[in-house]
Design a protein around this ligand. Sequence first.
Ligand code: S3P
Length: 448
Amino acid sequence: MKPFVSIPKRTLRGRIRVPGDKSISHRALMLAAAAVGRSRITGLLEGEDVLRTAAALRALGAAILREGDGAYRVDGVGVGGLTEASEVLDLGNSGTGARLLIGLAATHPFTSFFTGDASLCRRPMARVTAPLSRMGAQFVSRGNGRLPLTVRGAAMPIPVTEKLSVPSAQVKSAILLAGLNAPGETTVIEPEPTRDHTEILLRHFGAVVKSEEAPEHAGEKYRHGRAITVMGFPELSAKDVVVPGDPSSAAFPAVAAILAEDGEVVIENMGANPLRLGLYETLLEMGADIEFSNQRVQGGERVADVTVRASRLKGVDVPPMRAPSMIDEYPILAIAAACAEGKTAMRGLSELRIKESDRLAAIAEGLASCGVTVEKLEDGLVVHGTGRKPGGAMIGTHFDHRIAMAFLVLGIAADDEVTIDDAGMIATSFPGFAELMNGIGAEIKAAP
Ligand code: S3P
């Protein structure tokens, strides 16, 4: 356990770049591995989650070499060209790494063994194994469809049309990646649009991917959704990928600057895919001063520089429909809400119970220990902000990187320091978090 403390500070200023986008980093490695030839990836997130994916892909036959900070060379094996790993694939803490790789492995005719850390071994995998079984893969897992699990990949994969019961980019992506090595068209119908990095990168590497409104016969639940189709057996060819900064990581310095008395931080080169910007939309509604500039498109992904300034926030109702576009940002939104004036209601969040920790419980418990009034709903939270900035507690992070970072941000803004019980997991998504925050005026350090 590495307890850390965050000391209150008035001023946060600077220009920063946050580490590469985690979702895009996993996918860039996987698609470069599935392409023919040599791809170069720059800006790759060198967090533990992504490094686990790289190690698993190496074990499956791709050559992946680090050439410098965030710079990787991948010699791909072509669609269907992965080979049986001689070791167990351990994805550590990473749900994305595990679920997407299970998808890839599901249509390769060999056996793979997957495991992860204690948190990952608690998370549901049936959401991917059920559709992948319909494509012909076979699975043996612990009870309840948890890791460790074994995949016997289909020798004659069957293309499917799958209607997702939950809006999950991980499940969508697992099926689309499996569809690469299946004949014909594999289609996923999602109830609400989720992050589309897989679709964007698939096209970048040369696959044919259609994305259209969900058909009417899919039913009322899919009224706002999309149908995404990948054509099987594409010729993916090596491409270079430049990974933008992760908007989910940028959320922490952004909210810290907004809550500071004297705050102005520019986050350069942040990924600005509209399906990832729900938090920024919500903060704007709360009254935050946020400006997007220098907007551009890079390898199909939107990128921008984002300036955030100290602001007085008010509570809002966050529409449940927005959840997929800010699913990882509720911990930091709850911190902003605790410091805002009035009530902020967040609903439609049952997925938060099965992230790296039960985030609904962890947020509610952490805020309550700082003296904030929080109502815990079955699928959400209501945070009662008073305009004061509460702190002064020891927070249980439940080994969850985003809970850890969110409460360290509260410590910067608060009247009293905040201590977290463990900062060890932060490196899964945001290596160098404390150093970067301290570079703009925070004081985050190992607790005595
Ligand atoms: C991710 C999708 C989201 C998100 C996770 C990354 C991805 O999970 O919480 O951190 O890269 O596809 P779900 O698809 O389970 O919602």
